[in-house]
Design a protein around this ligand. Structure first.
Ligand code: IMP
Length: 433
């Protein structure tokens, strides 16, 4: 079975965009299954940089791109992104399909998010402020508006007015200013509906028909496992199922149709927004990684928090997702370090454990237990063959694979597609074909 899920093994921003771009030539369809325009997938095509937030990056390679039912869709953001792609000659209208069951983000979702993030006494999550969480709240509360409703001229008006009135009441109660012209917004969304109508369909049917016809589907996760609503560092998470299970619920394709799961991890760790991060380095070493790795958010521009590789975290996300193989990215960022530390356990409540704590408080206070590995001299940047890596870099990768218990099947050594090492004979290569 050749349909594959690829997703982040840490807190997002692992460099999935490049890997998905690389793999997409082997697939017929690339689909997103959760999240919204909070994601930022950076892809370089030649010297041109694309930051895609909603549209699966396979579209840059002329592949069919599907926005699944598990995604929350801001039509304004989508149309902006479509326009940028259209301008570069990509036939978005032909290649993109949008689920009729995806939920729609409205300006009042951002208003509500502002209210909950800034409310006194509430823990600020440090969200991307795109209205993602409040839109998922409406979905789970069974009052959301889906793409199919947006296209339904007869019913949309009443649904919109009722939901908008609810949100304004909430915003007023918390003294949140930010005026929304509801009538103008409704008209704007009716216009959006007309512009996307031709691309909207039952994408579960589309994907299942394609699979029956022998086509290959790549499921592209957004964010990362540690931001998953169930398995992440709750409440410092996003509001969707970013882990591999979400690929099935968020696309309408069954687990029996999935052939493998690939996890993408940096050679170190980063996180944006609030929340626990045991191996975070708040010193000059963290700063060095941030600079070398250009660790600034693709969507919000916020500096990313940086730290060492965390083995218990990777073991945990490997279990949750069932990784067949790991892709290690940004290895070159560690070039030139005399020593590299790797967290192998946590010290918490006077005990040493290799389990990821369930509460944010316990994880916040967990102290990493480190093993120190020698760094390497020489550059890994742009290497395309495993044999060309310095001995210390090879030893580091072998150490990670052994500790996590999952092979390293692919290594990214720079942002360009060809700056990649595929390990011959790996499970990764078997799956990709
Ligand atoms: P939200 O997804 O905007 O609700 O934000 C919730 C948390 O997820 C915040 O800590 C964000 O910084 C984080 N987050 C959301 N999307 C991404 C992403 O694509 N990469 C990394 N972090 C993200």
């Amino acid at each position: 079975m050749s349909n594959i899920i690829i997703l982040g093994a840490q807190w997002g921003d692992e460099g999935k965009g490049k890997v998905v771009d690389l793999l997409s030539e082997k697939f017929d369809i690339v689909t997103r299954y959760q999240g919204g325009h909070n994601a930022g997938h950076t892809v370089f095509v030649g010297t041109k940089k694309f930051v895609l937030k909603l549209i699966p990056s396979g579209i840059l390679r002329g592949k069919r791109a599907v926005i699944g039912n598990g995604v929350v869709l801001d039509p304004g953001a989508l149309l902006d992104e479509m326009q940028t792609l259209d301008q570069t000659g990509i036939d978005v209208g032909r290649l993109l399909a949008i689920s009729n069951r995806a939920h729609v983000i409205f300006p009042f979702h951002r208003l509500v998010e502002k209210a909950s993030e800034s409310r006194e006494g509430r823990t600020a999550i440090g969200t991307t402020s795109r209205g993602i969480g409040p839109c998922y709240e409406d979905k789970i509360a069974r009052r959301g508006i889906r793409v199919a409703d947006l296209l339904d001229r007869g019913n949309f008006r009443a649904l919109f007015d009722s939901l908008g009135a609810d949100k304004q009441t909430f915003a007023n109660a918390f003294h949140i200013d930010g005026h929304i012209d509801y009538a103008a917004t409704r008209e704007q969304y009716e216009a959006f509906a007309d512009r996307i109508r031709g691309m909207v369909c039952d994408t579960s049917r589309l994907l299942n028909d394609a699979i029956r016809a022998g086509q290959r589907v790549l499921f592209e996760g957004a964010q990362g496992t540690m931001l998953d609503i169930d398995h992440g560092t709750y409440p410092f998470v996003t509001s969707s199922s970013a882990a591999s299970g979400g690929a099935c619920t968020g696309s309408g394709v069954a687990p029996t149709r999935i052939g493998g799961v690939l996890g993408v991890s940096k050679a170190y760790t980063t996180r944006v927004g609030g929340g626990p991060f045991p191996t975070e380095l708040k010193d000059s070493t963290g700063e060095r990684i941030r600079k070398a790795g250009n660790e600034f958010g693709a969507v919000t521009g916020r500096p990313r928090r940086c730290g060492w590789f965390d083995v218990p975290l990777l073991r945990y996300t490997s279990d949750v997702n069932g990784f067949d193989s790991l892709v290690i990215t940004k290895l070159d960022v560690l070039d030139g370090f005399d020593e590299i530390q790797v967290c192998t356990a946590y010290r918490t409540g006077g005990q040493i454990t290799d389990q990821v704590p369930a509460t944010a408080y316990e994880m916040e206070t967990a102290e990493p237990v480190y093993e120190v590995l020698p760094g390497w001299h020489g550059s890994t940047r742009g290497a395309t063959s495993y044999d060309d890596l310095p001995a210390g870099a090879k030893a580091y990768l072998q150490y990670l694979a052994a500790k996590v218990g999952v092979e390293v099947g692919c290594i990214s050594t720079g942002p360009e597609r060809n700056e990649t090492i595929l390990l011959p004979g790996s499970r990764f290569q078997q799956l990709i074909g």
